[in-house]
Design a protein around this ligand. Structure first.
Ligand SMILES: Cc1ncc(COP(=O)(O)O)c(C=O)c1O
Length: 347
């Protein structure tokens, strides 16, 4: 099958670019003796996770338990779950997973740690745990080193849990002094810092400056997207993921409408809402669910009705989650059609 035969809208992966992205990150981390634990939230496709492992990754990272279950079903044996797990429904699933793979899970608070411990103990199991240190992202993570050490001490003492170290996101260079302080304080308290897990595509080249870092979790690097190019973390030529769309309307000379909108791209991250490969001067300025509005005034005459264009999305992870399938292309030839098996795994 050729690209010209694919119906639109469709998610396309340029395999040559993706494989180069996988290789580049792997070589960089190898060179610096840091383990590569890619985050699969970007692609959600077991075949790609297997490519990352074959290139040398030590394991993978998942955000949701459902994603980890899909990856374990696909034969992946080493998974870090970077999410606070709460409630019996999830704890039972977590322990089922813990029985069949090497699982690591993060915690950033005492109720979650106690819940994990209780469930693990009742099941006669041990869960490996990393404590999460907060960052400038101000999302999850213990915001102070003293708080992190107190939580690590609790994890260390709880039956059913085994403290393995710490995790943070993103591991930006400005986090280095805090990570250093956390490591010293944990070590002084006799706590394990065997694993120090950092993450993020824009910061991966700073990984060697992070004290004690044993592994790095990058996700978006596998495809890259408009946000990564804007952040200076990639070039347009490094973008492996595009959304193939058709121009369905040209009501005015300035406006073109594509046959995909927020249900095709997701509505992540501002303006412009993606970059059209064939018309880089065009600006996608608005989206409804099934329509993208494009200002083509700077690329006259612009695309004709029926013309197919490829769009680099703002956020590759969000766009991926909108699609059932991805077309993996070698040049213009479809090499595989992958089901995005871990899409929509919110639980
Ligand atoms: C906990 C965690 N680790 C790693 C990543 C990967 O970051 P990036 O997509 O910038 O590579 C993410 C992304 O959201 C994340 O939430």
């Amino acid at each position: 099958m050729k690209r010209t035969e694919i119906d639109t809208p469709a998610l396309l992966i340029d395999l040559d670019i993706m494989e180069a992205n996988i290789q580049r990150l792997q070589e960089f981390l190898d060179e610096h003796g840091i383990g590569n634990r890619p985050h699969i939230k970007t692609h959600k496709i077991p075949a790609i996770a297997h490519k990352q492992l074959a290139a040398g990754a030590i394991g993978i990272t998942c955000q949701k338990l459902g994603e980890a279950e899909v990856m374990a079903d696909a034969g992946i044996q080493d998974i870090l779950l970077t999410y606070n797990i709460l409630g019996m429904a999830k704890l039972e699933r977590l322990l089922r997973l813990n029985r069949r793979i090497r699982l690591l899970v993060t915690v950033d608070n005492s109720p979650v740690a106690r819940g994990l411990a209780q469930a693990a103990q009742a099941a006669g199991q041990t869960l490996d745990v990393l404590v999460e240190l907060g960052s400038h992202l101000e999302r999850t993570g213990v915001p102070t080193v003293a708080g992190l050490v107190a939580l690590a001490q609790e994890v260390d003492q709880l039956p059913g849990l085994r403290l393995r170290g710490l995790m943070t996101y993103p591991s930006a260079p400005e986090m280095a002094p805090t990570i250093q302080e956390a490591l010293q304080a944990m070590q002084a308290a006799g706590l394990s810092t065997e694993i120090v897990s950092g993450g993020g595509t824009p910061v991966f080249r700073h990984a060697p400056q992070i004290p004690g870092l044993t592994e790095h979790r990058a996700g978006t690097y596998v495809y890259n997207d408009r946000m990564m190019v804007e952040a200076g973390a990639a070039t347009w030529d490094d973008c492996a993921l595009t959304v193939l769309t058709t121009v369905v309307s040209r009501s005015t000379p300035e406006r073109a409408i594509l046959d995909g909108g927020s249900k095709t791209f997701s509505s992540d991250n501002g303006l412009p809402m993606g970059r059209i490969l064939e018309y880089p001067e065009a600006v996608i300025y608005k989206m409804n669910e099934e329509h993208a509005y494009v200002d083509v005034s700077r690329c006259q005459p612009g695309p004709a009705i029926g013309e197919r264009v490829r769009v680099i999305p703002n956020h590759a992870c969000g766009a991926t989650n909108m699609h059932d399938q991805a077309y993996a292309l070698r040049g213009d030839e479809v090499e595989a059609i992958w089901t995005i098996q871990a899409r929509g795994k919110l639980r």
